[in-house]
Structure formats: structure tokens, C-alpha cells
Design a binder for this molecule. Structure first.
Ligand SMILES: Nc1ncnc2c1ncn2[C@@H]1O[C@H](COP(=O)(O)OP(=O)(O)OP(=O)(O)O)[C@@H](O)[C@H]1O
Ligand SMILES: Cc1ncc(CO)c(N)n1
Length: 293
């Protein structure tokens, strides 16, 4: 069975033509598995030109995060302004934002740049709180700013189940609590809430649920049996961002992104002593349809 009626691939600009541009506002992963490095890999393979506003440099490998250095809020804002004004972008995405001061800088600069909220440029908010190893990537006292300042700007928020628990207090264990979490996230001001089911470990499926305040759309896939899922969240959000930049609706962007991350999980590889990365390099030789193996 196909993953979803997804477009096989996003259109890629012909040789020499400028492709669709996106902006990722996120942290660097020295291990190359998640954060900006995951975004850049997926964006390149989707044929999208990615601009970058670095928020923090993490010291990270397949085993965990041992430290990070934040970038100053002023430099984060300046990076956003520099690329929006000159290069122009079709959609933006946030990942690791580290602190209240950086969240505030991102909210202010995105608002003045027409990113998110009532602006013309869609904003995908991946509310990164910790790495998959449980190492913190957001200051505890910044959670409230994430909820009250950033969420109202979001076109889509894409928390995993740990982030859902931190943000809404809801423990997602089944379809009913997943719906309740989607409603709670939407009530915080995001236009669409996407509750990822990747951490429903007891199940043999990985159902993600999208909600716009009125209707639910579930896109499910059988779990891919791999421990190498580092960067899965970033890769899903990157797929959403690229498809939105191409002008897809949020539900269609979701179908595409789910197929993209699922296919990339089937190609994930071991790396170091821990969790290897999801791998969009399948795109060099394969097709999205091969996920139906
Ligand atoms: N083993 C798996 N098989 C199929 N789909 C998966 C699997 N693990 C995660 N996914 C999917 O990958 C996407 C990301 O989900 P997940 O909940 O793992 O994000 P995350 O925890 O934010 O990822 P990370 O922190 O590793 O970047 C979702 O679409 C989810 O359903
Ligand atoms: C820099 C960074 N961003 C996001 C994540 C979560 O995947 C991570 N582990 N590291």
C-alpha cells in the first residue's frame, strides 16, 4: 500500500535556474545527524535552496549532546534579516532555539519579515526541547515563551510525544489522547497542529495526526524496524517546509513530508556507537514509491 497519495517528488528547477528558497532557524549538530545538518541534507535532495540562521552550536554525536554554545540573539536576528531581504524565501522552519532571548529575537524578526502569523511566508515550528537521547536543547524557563510567543506565529507545530507532554501536560498513549493533544496545541495559537506518533513505541505503526481546529487528518505507516532514527523530526519538518515553499496546502505538504521521512528511515544507516541518522540520500538513486517495500 502506498504511504499516502503523495506527490512523488517536488518539482526541481532546471539547470541554472534559481530553485525555491527556504530558511531554517536551528542549531548545528557536530555529528551531522540532526539540526541544521539534517535540514540541509534533506533540502538539497528535495531540490530546494536552504538559507540558515544558526541559533546554537552543539557538541553532539550518535551517543548524545555533551554541551552547546548559543549564538547571540542579535546575530540570530541579523542572519534572518540578511537572507529574507536579499534572497527571499518561500517558507521557514524553526528547530533548536535554546533560550527565551533567542525565541524573542526569532519572534520579533519573523513578524517584521512576514514569516508566520498573518504574514505571507509559512512557518513550521518544530518545538525542539531535547535530543532523542534526552539531553536538553532548550532552557527550562523558555518553555513558556515557546508556548505563548512562538506558537501563535506557527503555520504548523510538529512536537514529538515528549514535547507534547512538556508543552500541554498530555500523555499521548493512544488515538484518543493524540486527538486531545492536537486540540490543546491548536488552542495555543498554531494554525495547524501535527502530533507525531514516532514515540508510540508500543505500537507497530507510526501514526501522525494533523488538526486545523475542525478536522483531523491521520497519515500512518508501519514502523520501520531500525534504531537509526536520529534527525527524523527535523527531516519531517524539512519536508513540510519545502512543500509549503512550493505552494502546497498543509495537508498535502504533510502527506509529502511523511512519505519523505518514512523513505529516509528505510535508508537509515548505523553511525558511531549509538543512533545513526535517517538518510535522504536514497534520493540520488531511488524513488519515493520504494517505501512500499
Ligand atoms: N521507526 C519508525 N518508523 C516509521 N516512522 C517513524 C519511525 N520513527 C519515527 N517515525 C516518523 O518520523 C517522524 C518523526 O517522528 P519522531 O517522533 O521520531 O520525531 P522526533 O522525536 O522529533 O525526532 P528526532 O528528535 O530524532 O529528530 C514522524 O513522522 C514519525 O511518525
Ligand atoms: C542541533 C539539534 N537540533 C535538533 C535535534 C533534535 O533532533 C538535535 N538532536 N540537535
Amino acid at each position: 500500500m502506498p504511504v499516502a497519495p503523495a506527490p512523488d517528488l517536488l518539482p526541481i528547477a532546471a539547470d541554472g535556474q534559481t530553485p525555491v528558497r527556504v530558511l531554517t532557524i536551528a542549531g548545528s549538530d557536530s555529528g551531522g545527524g540532526a539540526g541544521i545538518q539534517a535540514d540541509m541534507r534533506s533540502f538539497a535532495l528535495m531540490g530546494v535552496h536552504a538559507c540558515v540562521a544558526v541559533t546554537a552550536v552543539t557538541v553532539q554525536n550518535s551517543l548524545g549532546v555533551s554541551g552547546y554554545q548559543e549564538i547571540t540573539p542579535q546575530i540570530v536576528s541579523d542572519q534572518i534579516r540578511a537572507v529574507v531581504g536579499d534572497i527571499g524565501i518561500g517558507a521557514a522552519k524553526t528547530g533548536m532555539l535554546a533560550s527565551s532571548a533567542i525565541i524573542e529575537a526569532v519572534v520579533t524578526t519573523c513578524t517584521e519579515s512576514g514569516i508566520g502569523g498573518a504574514g505571507p511566508i509559512p512557518l513550521v515550528v518544530d518545538p525542539v526541547c531535547a535530543s532523542m537521547h534526552g539531553d536538553p536543547l532548550l532552557a527550562e524557563d523558555a518553555l513558556d515563551d515557546l508556548r505563548t510567543r512562538l506558537f501563535p506565529l506557527a503555520t504548523v507545530v510538529t512536537p514529538n510525544l515528549d514535547e507534547v507532554r512538556l508543552i500541554t501536560g498530555i500523555d499521548v498513549v493512544d488515538a484518543q489522547s493524540q486527538r486531545a493533544a492536537a486540540r490543546a496545541l491548536h488552542a495555543l495559537g498554531a494554525r495547524w497542529a501535527l502530533v507525531k506518533g514516532g514515540h508510540l513505541r508500543s505500537r507497530d505503526h507510526s501514526p501522525d495526526l494533523l488538526f486545523d481546529g475542525a478536522e483531523y487528518l491521520e497519515v500512518d505507516h508501519e514502523r520501520i524496524d531500525t534504531p537509526h532514527d536520529h534527525g527524523a523530526g527535523d527531516t519531517l519538518a524539512a519536508g513540510l517546509t519545502a512543500a509549503l515553499a512550493h505552494g502546497y496546502s498543509v495537508p498535502d505538504a504533510f502527506r509529502f513530508a511523511k512519505a519523505w521521512v518514512t523513505r529516509s528511515l528505510t535508508a537509515a544507516y548505523p553511525l558511531g556507537g549509538g543512533h545513526g541518522p535517517v538518510n535522504p540520500l536514497w534520493r540520488l538513486t531511488g524513488t519515493l514509491a520504494e517505501v512500499d517495500r
